[in-house]
Ligand binder design. Sequence first.
Ligand SMILES: [Zn+2]
Length: 259
Amino acid sequence: MRKLALILTAAMAMNHAVSAEPGRWPGGHKAAIALTYDDALPSQLDIAIPQLDAAGFKGTFFLIGREIKGNLTRWQAVAAKGHELGNHTVTHSCPRALFEMPPQYMSENSSVAVQLTEIQTMNNLLQAIDGRSDHAYATPCGQTLAGGADYLPALRTAHLTRYVRAAAEPGDNSQAIDPFVVPSHFFGQGDSGAKMIAYVEGVRQRGGVAVIGFHGVGGDYLEVTAEAHKQLLDYLKAHESEIWVGRFTEVLDRATHQR
Ligand SMILES: [Zn+2]
């Protein structure tokens, strides 16, 4: 996964914050942040979630079905505490060029139909865990090709999800958010607390909204350190009267006026 880590970090290390209208956020907040965590990694259970709980924040965890492994009851407890679980497919197929993987996990060997079945099956698994019928989706490896075809057009009309977290550029900062191409900004290896805080400070000053992505926290891969993650949460706590930290779906509901 290290090679993937570098590629994803490079691809996603762009400013993906978009502007929000004043007064859009609950409680008169000026800006909104969604903290999202990918791949069902144990370091999220061991480090990120206890830090979030201590700060009183809710995160969003995009789970891979095959990575839940022995942690099913722990993820059930995470959902019961009010964190959001999201769909990151069952097998997480990615382009073969990104990193070493068995051929059954290469997106070139998948298809639009298989990918939609993956998403539907993962929705069912998530519903068995958290009792919810509505789950956001995050694209594995930030891309939507399966068997050489783009599955996003089919996903838009499949009624499997309302929001797709992408790694796409928002283009113009004032542009409305496409619910099926929600921009995100990833932090990973080598990113300090100060760097993450500077990014969020920019979002706060602009009165914007941003979706932040993580993989490992203090372990696993693509990881930020536990200390850096804690520093970001401390900053968000210190600015909680101005910055709303919400679950991905509730932030998007506000940002797109769907709820
Ligand atoms: Zn992933």
